[in-house]
Design a protein around this ligand. Structure first.
Ligand code: SAH
Ligand code: SF4
Ligand code: F3S
Length: 433
């Protein structure tokens, strides 16, 4: 039996895909190990969304080759870099990559590996499929309290900055029956929280069922106490979905709503297809249905040609919305995207830094304010693990709104739901008892 070690980079979709890869290879007599030194085959499931994600992987492969110098270890690259950088990865003599598999080719991994072993040649498959949803593969999960479930794959939105439509191909949805079956099995296995994944879940459609309908169906599975999803796109957030989120007690009161930018011209050249006003109206609408909805976002600073004045519109939206938290990124030009072809990356690194520092400061103040508002409240926390931040006598878990809370362990166990009184809070974490 050959041993395999896999490392995952990037988003939750990649985490899920790693679980698919585990399932596929486990059926073919491969055994997974926790340490790269014990492995005959090392695979990196990669991300390509920003340049530093790429760089991390190149550095990692160099280190791997160095530490396993002379060993007959096989190294494979999976995921989003596989599709985009197949040629340069295979041609790179220093990296010595043995095989490459794109996000739609994981069922072929046993063949690819065999090809390398038997013929000694490099093997690759990065074909993108219009149909592959892996609905016949049941992911091999590592455990924990949350299970990821991809409900669709690919993306058709072509935001001009984004590489994902090229690395993951066209949108396709899994059937609701198939998804509900997977969630039932997860419930039987003891999972209490499920997170439904898609690059833009609002595009989910299978025959007559849209995402709101799917969420409703999945929420009826007995035993699943918390249902999350990520990410919806602000351009097409239907009322029916808002209704399910606001009214259904099993659907968590947290919406991740990527803003990207606050200025209409920038939003337009990003091809986000909504305006600042439409975004703010959507937030008002969400809050009119559920005033305490936790809202989080993604923002890009320094998109090509963004002026200081245009950047102020992003500040304005942040001040108006007061997000609970935000992931803020510097624009990173991606090869092959529309922005890379049409718009020179002309905002200086200094400007990008200045802008990201400013937004992070604003966000920190908002996160602190939002988190401190919970002081004195008793919230239901799902315990995830022993605390990584403080003493091992503490547990950490998340509220329905996805806020991290640390509290004394008591006699609880991972996976328990506990009522925790919040006694203190920083911008990142609540402290409770
Ligand atoms: N499908 C998700 C986003 C996936 S990528 C969605 O639309 O919500 C996650 C985030 O990375 C994006 O929301 C965006 O903020 C950021 N991102 C994507 N491409 C980028 C680039 N070229 N430079 C900087 N940030 C980028
Ligand atoms: Fe990228 Fe836009 Fe698709 Fe999200 S919706 S994956 S940002 S192209
Ligand atoms: Fe995810 Fe990175 Fe690919 S964010 S979809 S792993 S480019």
């Amino acid at each position: 039996m050959k041993t395999v070690y896999i490392e995952t980079y990037g988003c939750q979709m990649n985490e899920y895909d790693t679980e698919l890869v585990r399932a596929v290879l486990s059926e073919h007599q491969y055994r997974f190990v926790e340490n790269e030194r014990e492995a005959d085959i090392v695979m990196l499931n990669t991300c390509s969304v920003r340049e530093n994600a790429n760089r991390k992987v190149y550095n990692r492969i160099h280190t791997l080759r160095h530490t396993r110098n002379g060993d007959p270890v096989l190294i494979g690259v999976l995921g989003c870099m596989a599709t985009n950088f197949r040629k340069s990865l295979l041609d790179n003599r220093q990296l010595k990559i043995d095989f490459i598999a794109g996000p739609d080719s994981y069922k072929r991994l046993p063949n690819l590996i065999r090809q390398v072993e038997q013929k000694g040649s490099k093997a690759y498959d990065v074909t993108l499929s219009e149909f592959e949803t892996y609905s016949d593969v049941y992911p091999r999960r590592a455990g924990g309290v949350n299970a990821w479930v991809a409900v669709m794959r690919g993306c058709n939105n072509f935001c001009t900055f984004c590489v994902v439509p090229y690395t993951r191909g066209r949108e396709r949805s899994r059937s609701p029956q198939n998804i509900v079956e997977e969630v039932k099995r997860l419930s039987e296995e003891g999972f209490r929280q499920v997170t439904l994944l898609g690059q833009n879940v609002n595009s989910y459609r299978y025959e007559e069922v849209d995402f709101a309908g799917l969420l409703e169906q999945v929420s009826r599975v007995e035993g699943i106490r918390r249902l999350r999803f990520t990410s919806p796109h602000p351009k097409d957030f239907p009322h029916s979905l808002l209704h399910v989120v606001a009214e259904n007690p099993r659907v968590c009161k947290h919406i991740h709503l990527p803003l990207q930018a606050g200025n209409d011209r920038i939003l337009e050249i990003m091809n986000r297809t909504y305006t600042q006003k439409e975004y703010l109206d959507l937030v008002d609408n969400i809050r009119s249905h559920f005033p305490d909805m936790v809202l989080t976002t993604d923002i890009i600073v320094g998109f090509p040609s963004e002026t200081d004045r245009e950047f102020e519109d992003t500040v304005k939206v942040m001040e108006a919305v007061e997000f609970d938290s935000a992931f803020i990124f510097k624009y990173s030009e991606r090869q092959g995207t529309i922005a890379a072809r049409k718009y020179p990356d002309d905002v200086s690194e200094e400007k990008k830094t200045e802008r990201i520092v400013r937004l992070n400061e604003i966000q920190k103040a908002h996160s602190l304010k939002k988190n401190r508002a919970h002081i004195g409240q008793t919230l239901e926390v799902l315990i995830e693990q022993e605390s990584t931040r403080r003493s091992p006598d503490d547990f950490q878990g998340r509220t329905d709104g996805n806020k991290l809370v640390i509290f004394p362990a008591g006699n609880y166990r991972t996976g328990d739901f506990v009522a925790v009184k919040i006694t203190d809070a920083t911008a990142h974490v609540g402290r409770g008892c």
